[in-house]
Design a protein around this ligand. Structure first.
Ligand SMILES: *Cc1c(COP(=O)(O)O)cnc(C)c1O
Length: 375
């Protein structure tokens, strides 16, 4: 049994993927080229954005977004306490300070009320300049963008959507990657839309920003091309082979896999709702279920279940064991009195079960039985 069965997906898409890889090999266009262009056009159209610029991975996508936002020393970047380090790691590299915000107890995404408290605390202290909010659609579940947009407008902050886990999700009829001035995603193999290596993409509706992003991705190239360098940039591009792999996977995701993920999640929800806190998806939202996370009663119960699953060789993970504010690397970041009550509680109780669109009902019954046995 696999936590995410990428082999089952490959078996289903093998003919198309193999043919596309062979076509790239035959073309000898290995970086950029027609597959990358087609992918960027299709992804932009799907999420309803004017521009999609692919890059080397989801962390680079965020780094480039922070470069476009001009984030640097003395700036505050507001970020949910429960996320992967990539969300603000690149901002810290530029000398900015991560200001963590608590999560909501239901969606586990950034809490709008904690966000506003942290912004006000930074303003009151007067040391840092509030600059960017990064909203993370955690576990594939979209954030409360109506509330977050209102706060960003009120305090004139640039919003970045970190949609690394949520490509294919939906908030009030708009797709993940459609929120914020800039949105980023990741094609790491285990993500809902994954390639066979590293990859990422950046989305925006702003023509000037799109030009700037394309320039930064290729060493700060100017109108004269890559030897006409007009700014300091990076080397961050998607390989043609990865784009050729992503195209059939994108079709499978949008045509079948998003629906299949709902079916798997519903079976889990039905089995577990009376025993655990099951995931909550807000009204008019669709999660893409990057992970299926349950909350046990407490850490002891969680650890007991995990031990039983390990004994039965049922794959499981903890996303995430440690909230950002408690990571050694972020020990010195200011907290402004925030207690991170909900992030602490979530991390202490969470465990994730196998979740992918190729799961057989029989396999899922086995997982459900093992979890319930452990109680
Ligand atoms: C995976 C992930 C990233 C980074 O993506 P990579 O492609 O691995 O660099 C960023 N943010 C979140 C929330 C992620 O889960």
């Amino acid at each position: 049994m696999q936590f995410i069965d990428l082999k089952a997906q490959y078996r289903a898409l093998k003919a198309e993927i193999d043919a596309n890889i062979q076509a790239v090999l035959d073309s000898s266009v290995y970086i950029g080229g027609p597959y990358v262009k087609e992918l960027e056009q299709k992804l932009a159209a799907f999420v309803g954005r004017k521009h999609c610029i692919t890059c080397a991975n989801g962390t680079d996508a965020l780094q480039i977004a922070y470069m476009v936002a001009g984030v640097g020393a003395g700036d505050a970047v507001f970020c949910p306490d429960m996320t992967f380090i990539s969300s603000t790691e690149p901002a810290n590299m530029f000398g900015a300070t991560s200001v963590f915000c608590d999560i909501t107890p239901d969606t586990y995404c950034i809490s709008p009320s904690s966000l506003e408290r942290q912004i006000q605390a930074v303003l009151a202290e007067g040391k840092l300049t509030p600059k960017v909010v990064v909203a993370v659609d955690i576990l594939g579940n979209p954030c409360d963008y109506d509330a977050i947009n209102a706060i960003c407008e009120k305090y004139n902050l640039l919003l970045i959507e970190d949609a690394a886990q949520s490509f294919g999700a939906d908030y009030h009829g708009k797709k993940a990657c459609a929120f914020g001035k800039i949105a980023t995603t990741s094609f790491f193999p285990a993500k809902p839309l994954g390639c066979y290596g590293d990859g990422g993409a950046i989305f925006t509706d702003d023509d000037q920003m799109a030009d700037l992003i394309r320039s930064i991705c290729v060493h700060g190239k100017g109108p004269g091309g890559k030897y006409d360098n007009i700014r300091v940039g990076v080397n961050s591009r998607l390989d043609a082979i990865q784009a050729a792999i992503l195209l059939p996977k994108f079709h499978a995701l949008t045509e079948r896999e998003i629906d299949a993920r709902q079916t798997v999640a519903k079976r889990y929800n039905d089995a577990f709702a009376s025993h655990f806190t099951v995931p909550y998806v807000a009204e008019n939202c669709v999660s893409v279920w990057a992970q299926y996370a349950l909350l046990a009663a407490d850490t002891a119960q969680r650890d007991k279940i995990v031990a039983h699953l390990n004994e039965k060789s049922i794959p499981n993970m903890i996303y995430y064991p440690t909230p950002q504010h408690a990571l050694p690397v972020f020990r010195e970041e200011p907290r402004y009195g925030e207690t991170f009550q909900h992030a602490n509680d979530y991390c202490a109780r969470t465990f994730s079960l196998p979740m992918h669109p190729y799961m057989e009902p029989q396999e899922q019954e086995q997982i459900i039985a093992a979890v319930l046995e452990a109680l």
